[in-house]
Design a binder for this molecule. Structure first.
Ligand code: SF4
Ligand code: SF4
Length: 438
């Protein structure tokens, strides 16, 4: 099998065997959910409900706070208990969260829905917006914005991201095997919106069953591109290069080379919204890692606390393990949580539980490994150094803002330098000081 790929990258232990054969099961609905008003890139949503108010499953509880923002819906039928500011670990600040007590089974509030052919492009985009759909691969960029590029950006190619290069996670793999018909409907809807004919799906070759299965199922409709198993193969720019050999310019976006990339789970969410009228109130995720009793793949309501998921779905931590490290996401790009009651958000593709590793953070020995693996062609050791010295302008000149935070440098570093931590902070400070300029 000829495999497409990119320059750089690393190959960490995959550990997908823990869950790759676990079919996605539907989790029970928790008694209480905590729904953040920011679960998307851009401005937080504004809550439009108040304490004591009854809400239905799928009812809008938060309205977009800006052009780049998203609607937020109630994941359960029940009563709003309170609205409070809570620390949102993903966005690094406190944001409004709506706490809802469930009462009984789902009483749905659905969006306009039906055969997608009856909707115009603008109606489809509006319904995707109203459904609160964001990129479910982790980036959480509002999908209606991504599917509506400026007129001067001619899009000719849609790439579906089935790479799932993060170690441990297998939810996209299971989605491709179990939900291929629904995903294909989502792809047809997006094809209509973008007016494109070329559609590819990139899948790492460690998912051979999905490659063979979709080649057969989607014959003549979507070109399946087997990818080398290498991290970060699923990062947008690396995926685009592997599939089309087009290079997104420094500081540019996929639309600059005529491409839109969408994750497989996002395609499923689009089908659910347009055909069935269901806004984004649940998603599939992998619960995995060395520290948990029962790894698996589950459909879980947004707003479910991680503590509830670990106890009820993962059957708790293994005996005798202390100081478990819990990540929202996989081990490479996942965000470590400091509060186990943190609720899951739309972009949460997994919960990974790890046994504490040895201490990180010693000194660079100039081995250049990080430079060799960086898929963006950066000098991570230097970005780390300049970041630590607060020389942000110099860091920006050598590509600080081009870092995709993939973590390959930190993974490969023999001195265990934590570049990504420093780079993330440096980007944040630089943007604050310079107002987001490139
Ligand atoms: S991999 Fe680590 S030790 Fe080697 S140059 Fe990069 S930061 Fe320094
Ligand atoms: S510098 Fe950024 S893009 Fe390069 S390997 Fe490190 S995290 Fe990835």
């Amino acid at each position: 099998m000829k495999l497409a790929t990119f320059k750089g990258g690393v190959h960490p232990p995959e550990r997908k065997e823990l869950t790759k054969d676990s079919p996605i099961q539907r989790a029970p609905i928790p008694e209480k959910v905590v729904v953040f008003m920011q679960q998307h890139a851009g401005a937080p949503a504004k809550p439009i409900v108040e304490a004591g108010q009854k809400v239905k499953t799928g009812q809008i509880i938060g309205e977009p706070g800006g052009f780049i923002s998203a609607y937020v819906h109630s994941p359960v039928t029940g009563t709003v208990v309170e609205i409070k500011k809570l620390s949102n670990i993903i966005f690094g600040r406190a944001v409004d969260a709506v706490v809802i007590q469930r009462e009984g089974e789902d009483d749905w509030e659905l969006l306009p829905h039906g055969d997608f052919e009856k909707f115009s492009k603008d109606e489809l985009l509006e319904n995707i917006k109203k459904a609160g759909i964001v990129g479910l691969g982790g980036a959480m960029f509002p999908t209606h914005v991504k599917l509506n590029p400026p007129q001067d950006k001619k899009i000719d190619t849609l790439i579906i991201n089935g790479a799932e290069c993060e170690p441990y996670l297998t939810i996209d793999h299971r989605m491709m095997l179990e939900k291929n018909e629904e995903i294909l409907v989502g792809i047809k809807i997006v094809k209509k919106i973008l007016g494109v004919q070329n559609v590819y799906i990139g899948i790492e070759e460690n998912k051979k069953d999905a490659i063979e299965f979709l080649k057969e199922k989607w014959k003549g409709q979507v070109i399946v591109v087997p990818l080398k198993t290498k991290y970060p193969q699923g990062a947008e720019k690396q995926l685009i290069y592997a599939v089309t050999q087009r290079k997104v310019p420094q500081g540019g976006l996929p639309m600059d080379v005529g491409v839109v990339v969408q994750n497989v789970s996002t395609m499923y969410a689009i089908k659910e919204a347009i055909i069935d009228g269901k806004p984004l109130i649940e998603r599939g995720l992998t619960i995995t890692g060395e520290a948990i009793n029962k790894p698996g793949n589950w459909w879980v309501r947004i707003g479910t606390p991680i503590s509830w998921i670990i106890e009820n779905l993962g059957q708790g931590f293994k005996n005798g393990i202390e100081n478990v490290k819990i990540l929202m996401g996989g081990p490479m790009m996942g965000i470590p949580i400091n509060n186990i009651d943190t609720p899951i958000v739309k972009g949460n593709n997994g919960i990974t539980t790890l046994i504490p590793e040895e201490l990180r953070g010693t000194f660079c020995i100039r081995c250049s490994y990080c430079v060799y693996v960086c898929p963006m062609g950066l000098q991570p050791y230097l970005l780390d150094l300049l970041g630590k010295k607060k020389r942000y302008d110099e860091a920006a000149q050598i590509g600080l803002l081009d870092c995709i935070e993939c973590g390959s440098c930190t993974y490969i570093c023999p001195a265990k330098v934590e570049h990504v931590k420093t780079i993330k902070l440096a980007k944040k400070v630089y943007r604050a000081l310079r107002g987001g300029e490139k």
